[in-house]
Design a protein around this ligand. Structure first.
Ligand code: FAD
Length: 503
């Protein structure tokens, strides 16, 4: 590829959520000069507000989304291999409710789920007696029969950051807190106006523009294109609540509701359970928050199953996100397709293409990136081919692919550090953990202690290596320490960032 001036890029990508970060990494690895623009923090919006599952989506079978489910099921194994530190297998128990779905239908669905995705390492599904086994932990006595199947869990915000780090290591320029304010075609190139959080404005040129702005996809498309968009986006809010752990076993529950929806109850951050989600069509999609009705709806569903009911007063944290779904005309927000759709506007005379991304899931981001680059291939004929299927994400290169083997090696290298601290750091940073721990012999060597597992050594690393700027970036996205720290401790993190970095 011919070399470009400093402010000239092959590909500019708007949106530092999972789709933008995934495309940036893939494109950089194929030899393109890439710029990624994110107006806030990486994963500040939908990509940190998910149910945090890498899953086929059992319920999508009922909507005949076989392509999406098969691709997602296959991606589970690919992503488990690429990032075993932030993605882990998780089993789900489904209590049988004969009036909601008959057993034959559940068995048929699980048979498909086990077979259409080329499952290799995850266990297959099976029926269980909930009463006589761990699979019924925390449930009411009336539940006897159930089914168990496998999917995986992920740290969604970290998945985005790892993709951005991977992109940077391949030469991409990642600019957070930088908004695209204007985009026009000029002499077969994109001329892009940018504004950073300090108000500084600048201009760059790019051969192609990818619009991965998630909920803002239409705004960015309208900004960049003089012709009205022929594709729409449906904004569907989904909220989660976090409560003290409802049972002590490792598995999650998938609970059916009379409205035909399902709700997950997932062991979360050791001492908590994560419960969600809702599906509410919204017009106003900036800064979504959970409503009291949503909290009551989620509590109501789980209380139909749990032996010890939960209430609004048990909720320790909530978060809401907006799904930027492709508008397929469905009336019911739960029925709108979760599949992704790519719309290419090739530009006048085949120069300066604009590729807009609608919909998608965390689970399919890698395949979505491959599809995006195959759409752009005609504009970059010298671009290299697909490569991400077998390449680990940063920190995911475990010796012999084994996380436990790596944990043993780390224990031998840092024998005096608390086992829990080592375990948590490995699940955030994988094989990059020594970059934080350095030559530390004891926790005193890790600098100021903020509470839970958070020390200055990690905060500094997050600032220098992972684009963290605010306490929110550190406490709620790069880590989830926010859940374990009290308000005073969280303030000390903010004060530290101000003192050390003037933020
Ligand atoms: C409640 C809920 C639960 C979900 N659960 C799952 C799940 O368990 N598993 C799964 O696979 N998927 C799940 N999903 C879907 C998944 O989270 C989304 O598909 C995915 O995160 C969308 O990523 P994105 O990159 O398109 O959007 P986003 O993450 O929103 O990223 C878009 C980014 O673009 C930036 N941006 C916008 N305009 C500009 C501009 N002008 N300049 C610069 N930057 C700009 C925004 O700031 C934003 O950060 C869930 C979604 C929701 C809402």
């Amino acid at each position: 590829m011919p070399s470009l001036a400093a402010s000239h890029y092959d590909l500019a990508i708007v949106g530092g959520g999972i789709n933008g970060a995934g495309i940036a990494r893939d494109a950089a690895g194929r030899g393109l000069k890439v710029l990624l623009l994110e107006k806030d923090d990486l994963a500040a919006h939908t990509s940190s507000s998910s149910t945090k599952l890498i899953h086929g989506g059992l319920r999508y079978l009922e909507y005949y989304e076989f392509r999406l489910v098969a691709e997602s099921l296959a991606e589970r194994e690919v992503l488990l291999r690429a990032a075993p530190h932030i993605i882990a297998p998780l089993q789900f128990a489904l209590p049988y409710e004969p009036h909601l779905r008959p057993a034959w239908m559940i068995r048929a669905g699980l048979f498909l789920y086990d077979h259409i995705g080329g499952r290799k390492t995850l266990p297959s599904s099976f029926g269980v007696d909930l009463h006589a086994s761990k699979w019924g932990a925390g449930l009411k006595d009336r539940f006897h029969k159930g089914f168990v199947y496998s999917d995986a869990r992920v740290d969604d915000a970290r998945l985005v950051v790892l993709n951005a780090m991977g992109a940077r290591e391949l030469g991409a320029d990642i600019r957070t807190r930088t908004r695209l304010t204007d985009a026009r075609r000029e002499n077969g190139l994109w001329r892009l106006a940018l504004a950073d959080s300090a108000g500084a404005v600048s201009e760059v040129r790019a051969r192609a523009l990818v619009n991965a702005a998630g909920p803002w996809v239409k705004e960015v498309r309208d900004q960049a294109s003089s012709t009205p968009a022929d594709a729409g986006v449906r904004h569907v809010k989904g909220s989660h609540i976090v409560v003290p752990r409802v049972h002590r076993e490792d598995h999650a529950y998938i609970l059916q509701n009379a409205d035909h929806r399902i709700v997950f109850v997932i062991p979360y951050q050791g001492e908590f359970s994560l419960i969600g989600t809702t599906d509410i069509a919204v017009e106003q999609f900036e800064a979504p928050v959970v409503s009291r009705d949503e909290i009551e709806y989620l509590c109501g569903i789980v209380n139909a199953y749990l032996a010890r009911p939960i209430g609004v007063g048990d909720v320790v944290w909530t978060y809401s996100g907006v799904r930027p779904l492709y508008d397929d005309g469905s009336v019911d927000p739960s029925a709108v397709t979760r599949d992704y759709v790519l719309k290419l506007d090739p530009g006048e005379g085949g120069g300066a293409p604009l590729l807009s991304i609608f919909g998608g899931k965390l689970t399919t981001y890698r395949r979505l990136a491959e599809s995006a680059l195959s759409e752009l291939k005609p504009f970059f004929p010298g671009m290299k081919g697909e490569w991400t299927r077998r390449e680990p994400l940063p920190g995911g290169d475990m010796p012999r692919g084994s996380l436990p083997a790596y944990e043993r090696a780390l224990a031998a290298r840092y024998p005096s550090l608390p086992e829990n601290l080592r375990r948590v750091l490995v699940r955030r940073h994988g094989t990059r953990t020594p970059r934080i721990l350095g030559e530390a012999k004891t926790v005193e060597d890790l600098g100021r202690y903020f509470g839970d597992t958070l020390y200055a050594a990690e905060v500094d690393y997050l600032v220098h290596q992972e684009w963290a700027r605010s306490a929110e970036d550190v406490l709620w996205r790069r880590t989830k320490c926010g859940l374990h720290l009290d308000a005073g401790q969280r303030d000390t993190v903010a004060a530290y960032l101000r003192e050390q970095y003037g933020r």
